[in-house]
Design a protein around this ligand. Structure first.
Ligand code: PPS
Length: 292
């Protein structure tokens, strides 16, 4: 795929690229169904992992054949993505034949199409600590040709602090969804670090949020399938079919760890980051773990 890298621009107060705003009217007018499950995240927080978990929870027993033939990116369409001639995220979602539909978005809470609220849909939000999130995003932006040029690490880190990233400020994103969750019981807010620490417990919580029960054996099967090494080797989950990703530069399933930020932040960068973080997060009760 040989497209020029896109430019960031401010869109209703949030930095975006045209791949995620081209189809804005259709996205905003999207008709959600009451049984739709929306998975929302800031990019690189564990979207693919949780998308796959949700897909297995909902469909492993009833449609086992999709396991071998449909990449997770097709099972769980990316709502606001649009890169013609590929069908847009809304078109892909509208053509899904499954119930429920599981739909992925990276939109900040204020941009969510209103029908998701009107239909009282279940929403799973996944958040990841800022330091590992920015490191993962930096490596991804190097391999993803549909992303703006990342530049070097130290300027990238500054841009992250300023919110000049695709989908804007991480701080606004995680806090905006956290505030919304306080008054909306249909939002399940979960953390990447918890998933790494105890995948089984988090799957259990997801099942209970969805009102589904799984046998011990079914749960064990899901835990096995969503292990980092297994997902990395699985062509249905490792994104190896995505022509815009350059796997000679990095991997989509790169490390899958909590604390990889220590291999990237200098001592000075870490101190400045912590100082700035304290300011930006001083009005929220939201807490993250940067190690487990
Ligand atoms: S995207 O492009 O926004 O949809 O990316 P996203 O899927 O949100 O995030 C990618 C990071 O999630 C890690 N990942 C996992 N970690 C642990 N276990 C499993 N099974 C797993 N699956 C995906 C992936 O490796 C990326 O993180 P980094 O730190 O870059 O490895």
């Amino acid at each position: 795929m040989d497209l020029p890298r896109p430019k960031l621009f401010e869109f209703h107060g949030v930095y975006m690229t045209h791949y995620f705003t081209n189809n804005w009217e259709e996205v905003q007018n999207f008709k959600a169904r009451p049984d739709d499950i929306l998975i929302a995240t800031y990019p690189k927080a564990g979207t693919t992992w949780v998308s796959y978990i949700l897909d297995l929870i909902c469909f492993r027993e009833t449609c086992p054949e999709r396991e071998k033939s449909i990449p997770v990116s097709d099972r769980v369409p990316f709502l606001e993505f649009s890169c013609p001639p590929e069908p847009s995220g809304t078109e892909k979602t509208d053509s899904l034949q499954t119930f429920p539909r599981i739909i992925k978005t990276h939109l900040p809470v204020q941009f969510i199409p209103k029908s998701f609220w009107e239909q009282n849909c279940r929403i799973v939000y996944v958040a990841r600590n800022a330091k590992d999130n920015v490191v993962s995003f930096f490596h991804f932006d190097q391999m993803e040709k549909l992303q703006p040029e990342p530049g070097d690490w130290s300027s990238y880190l500054e841009r992250f602090k300023e919110g000049k990233m695709l989908y804007g400020s991480w701080y606004d994103h995680v806090c905006g969804w956290w505030e919304k969750k306080q008054t909306n019981s249909k939002i399940h807010y979960m953390f990447y670090e918890d998933l790494v620490e105890n995948t089984g417990r988090e799957i259990e919580r997801l099942c209970s949020f969805l009102g589904l029960s799984k046998s011990k054996e079914e749960k064990a099967n899901i835990i096995r399938s969503v292990h980092f090494d297994i997902m990395k080797a699985n062509p249905m989950t490792n994104q190896s079919d995505d022509p815009s990703l350059d796997f000679s530069v990095s991997q989509f399933l790169r490390k899958g760890k909590v604390g990889d930020w220590r291999n990237h932040f200098t001592v000075a960068q870490n101190e400045q980051f912590d100082e700035d973080y304290k300011q930006k997060m001083k009005n929220t009760t939201l807490q993250f773990r940067t190690q487990i």
